[in-house]
Write a protein that binds this ligand. Structure first.
Ligand code: FMN
Length: 364
């Protein structure tokens, strides 16, 4: 078993285990992906699976301007073009579904409303990306959110369901629930961000409830085999803290396994430079709890990815920054070719620079 053995994932068979991680690139001012996105994703179609950039399920779920959505007909049509381009190039695609929760600001919210979250606690160090009143754009500290009423949670679950239906109608093979990186679903899961006293707060079971309601709503609408989910246990970003991160991950792994979702994708806590590492025991427990395809992501190179797969602790590995700079990453890894370095200054921004202009290997 290596990075180039095929992998069953839901009803797909991925031709390799080099997965493209979800990467926000902030190049859709209209929120509708177009020709530039078609080219960018098509260039990366040799990935075992492309996971798209995080895509807003609703205006309220948005925290960053220039990111795409999947709640309007125009957005769905834009994604249809992207999916067709990926499929025509022989690829497969999962759309990452996103609600930022408290990592937002009144300037990005419909009618300047307060962002919503499980509890009214501001994310220390969390930044939204907004257009200011003078027309310039930039980062700004996230606002203090208001706590969602219990009666509003069903609407959020419905927004996820509608977004998944649109994604599949646009041609996505799967959807990935973004339950990582301190956004809404993660805020519900973590003890430090969820102080609720209703059925969505308190115990691990209660804090995971919204996630499983979303999984069930999407599973019933488009099939559990089309669902992947991304979590980030032990990650402490945007001021999120969690006393029961490991317990939560293992509870979810078990519940998701029972529901036969296609894959579980773990974003490791050290990718942003913090010195927190997953233990071998934790990895073994996740493996035992989850029967579907298991993906890890965060600072991998081909050798470390191969080792994790050879140890049977993962089925595939997702690569983020390497895929920004290397559109043909699987081929480069296969032939041990050198990799292009990615330029952080053009991760977000405008146009093709640092987006569609990284070269592929020149074939002899
Ligand atoms: C520019 C950039 C944008 C990102 N956007 C997302 C995103 O939209 N959704 C997400 O779950 N993670 C996102 N991440 C995290 C990556 O998916 C990945 O977990 C991280 O880069 C670690 O993998 P790497 O070391 O292979 O780059 C982003 C990372 C970068 C560098």
């Amino acid at each position: 078993m290596n990075l180039f053995s095929p992998l069953k994932c839901g009803s797909l068979t991925l031709p390799n285990r080099v997965i493209m991680a979800p990467l926000t690139r902030a190049r859709t001012p209209s929120t509708v992906p177009g020709k530039l996105q078609e080219l960018y994703y098509k260039q990366r179609a040799s990935a075992g699976l492309i996971i798209t950039e995080a895509t807003n399920i609703s205006p309220t779920g948005t925290g960053y301007v220039y990111t795409p959505g999947i709640y309007s007909d125009e957005q769905e049509a834009g994604w249809k073009g992207v999916c067709e381009a990926i499929h025509a190039a022989g690829g497969r695609v999962a759309m990452q579904l996103w609600h930022v929760g408290r990592v937002s600001h009144e300037l990005v919210q419909p009618n300047g409303a307060q962002p919503v979250a499980p509890s009214a606690i501001r994310g220390e160090g969390a930044q939204a990306f907004v257009e200011f009143e003078d027309g310039t754009a930039g980062r700004t500290p996230a606002s203090t959110p208001r706590a969602l009423e219990t009666s509003e949670i069903g609407d959020i679950v419905a927004d996820y369901r509608k977004a998944a239906i649109r994604a599949v109608r646009a041609g996505c093979d799967m959807v990935e629930l973004h339950a990582a990186n301190a956004y809404l679903l993660h805020q519900f899961m973590a003890t430090g961000t969820n102080l609720r006293s209703d059925q969505y707060g308190g115990s691990v079971v209660n804090r995971a409830r919204i996630v499983l309601e979303v999984v069930d709503a999407i599973g019933k609408a488009v099939g559990y085999e089309r669902i992947g989910i991304r979590i980030a246990p032990f990650s402490e970003i945007f001021g999120l803290t969690d006393e029961e991160s490991g317990e939560m991950a293992l509870y979810l792994a078990d519940q998701l396994s029972r529901r036969k979702v296609a894959y579980l994708h773990i974003n490791e806590p050290d990718w942003q430079g913090k010195d927190i590492h997953l233990t071998p025991e934790f990895r073994k427990s996740v493996r035992e709890a989850f029967d579907g395809a298991l993906l890890y992501c965060g600072h991998y190179d081909a050798a470390r990815a191969e080792a994790l797969i050879a140890d049977q602790l993962a089925d595939a590995v997702a690569f983020g920054r390497p895929f920004i700079a290397n559109p043909d990453l699987p081929e480069r890894m296969r032939v041990s070719a050198p990799l292009n370095d990615s330029n952080p200054e053009t991760y977000y921004g405008e146009g093709p620079l640092g987006y569609t202009d990284y070269p592929a290997l020149i074939k002899a």
